[in-house]
Ligand binder design. Structure first.
Ligand code: NAD
Ligand code: ZN
Length: 371
């Protein structure tokens, strides 16, 4: 199948360079694929670290992994979706390895290849640029900084027709990561204490989820005052600005013995090391923030051991997208998970402005509307 349909895409051509808006072509869906007309796509910190090559996705590439849109066309083997269905796109997984079959697709044997490989599993791309040259794609099994995207039915989650589709793309990654880490992984309990390291899109999703879960002490940590103010609106009971207050001392002052639960989303090894110190006895910390490959962090072994503390890496909030995303849509509809307060909309051709605003802390969750 050759790329025939004309589409508009944002391309990451070079490491650390701005995205370029280009015309490209996409091929039709294969038997097990769905072509989605993208309505809007969230911008996640992970798009920017891949553009900057923290992870070695081959360039030039079409990134974008928080897409939402309408099914346009389905391949002959697709049974769960039909043209016209509204869908939220999420990450790719094989569906048949030990982790996928035990309900943990975020740890799929093929996760890296399917989400960061830059092509399908045979090394083929579905996109060509205006000169007919290959654009690397299949980013998070979608490459949705584009007016159309090809996905498998397993990573396109059907949502109800009256859901606010334009808003929902970030549920497919950043928001399900923060919320899922709290609800699915840490299983934060009613009456407990929770510490969010980083009050970005992921951290604030965790704050909202901790309130849903019934935590009664919710501490948000950041270096951006406006983000901490929003955290208080979304359910935090305390904030710590680490430019002003020592993290470990601040947490001990609020909790006494230390926090029961924590989530590290700053991607900074020194914050992780301090957060481990801020855990109480039997405290658990989830790690979702992603530094450069090879980054190490240090902690006191006996502090971990004698306190019975746990450190756990988490991909995508341990979410099964088809189960968890509809839960978040319903919590939002009921007003209990107001993630729309994080969002600012941009047009696709403002992607570099959206990226800059995100990096400089002015925008929490940018969503790019497709032309
Ligand atoms: P973000 O940039 O919006 O949030 C990070 C926050 O950390 C920012 O508010 C920043 O001000 C704060 N911060 C930075 N340094 C700090 C410090 N020293 N002390 C306190 N706060 C500090 O990014 P995001 O979209 O919320 O994503 C967070 C991280 O999660 C990124 O590393 C991203 O790549 C990663 N991520 C992981 C998964 C996963 O599956 N594990 C999924 C999505 C995103
Ligand atoms: Zn992401």
């Amino acid at each position: 199948l050759t790329p025939t349909r004309e589409i508009t895409v944002a391309v990451a051509r070079e490491k650390e360079a701005p995205f370029t808006i280009e015309q490209a072509r996409i091929r039709p869906p294969q038997a097990d694929e769905v072509l989605v007309k993208v309505v809007a796509t969230g911008l996640c910190h992970t798009d920017l670290i891949v553009r900057d090559q923290f992870y070695p996705v081959p360039l030039p590439a079409v990134l974008g992994h928080e897409g939402a849109g309408i099914v346009e066309q389905v391949g002959s083997d697709v049974t769960a979706l039909a043209p016209g269905d509204p869908v939220v796109l999420s990450y790719g997984y094989c569906g048949h390895c030990a982790q996928c079959t035990s309900g943990m697709p975020g740890y799929c044997d093929q996760f890296f290849g399917l989400n960061f490989g830059g092509s399908d599993t045979e090394g083929n791309s579905a996109l060509a640029d205006a000169e007919g040259e290959v654009l690397h794609d299949h980013f998070f099994a979608q490459s949705s900084f584009a007016t159309y995207a090809l996905v498998k039915q397993a990573n396109a989650v059907k949502v109800s027709a009256d859901a606010p589709l334009e808003l929902l793309g970030p549920l497919g990654c950043g928001i399900q990561t923060g919320a899922g880490a709290v609800i699915n992984t840490l299983r934060v309990r009613p009456g407990s204490s929770f510490l969010a390291l980083g009050a970005g899109a992921v951290g604030l999703s965790a704050v909202m989820a901790a309130r849903v879960a019934g935590a009664t002490t919710i501490i948000a940590v950041d270096v951006v005052a406006s983000r901490l103010a929003l955290a208080m609106e979304l359910g935090a009971t305390h904030t710590i600005n680490t430019l002003e207050t020592d993290l470990v001392e601040g947490v001990r002052e609020i909790t006494g013995a230390g926090t029961q639960f924590a989530l590290e989303s700053t991607g900074r090894p020194e914050v992780l090391a301090q957060a481990i110190e801020a855990l109480g006895p039997l405290g658990q910390i989830g790690v979702v923030g992603a530094p450069k490959l090879g980054t190490t962090s240090e902690f006191d072994v006996n502090n971990l051991l004698l306190g019975g503390r746990t450190i756990r890496g988490i991909v995508e909030g341990d979410s099964v997208p088809g189960v968890f995303i509809p839960h978040l849509v319903e919590l939002h509809r009921q007003g209990r998970f107001p993630f729309d307060k994080l969002v600012r909309f941009y047009d696709l051709d403002q992607i570099n402005e959206a990226a800059q605003d995100s990096l400089e802390g002015r925008t929490l969750k940018a969503i790019l509307r497709m032309p």
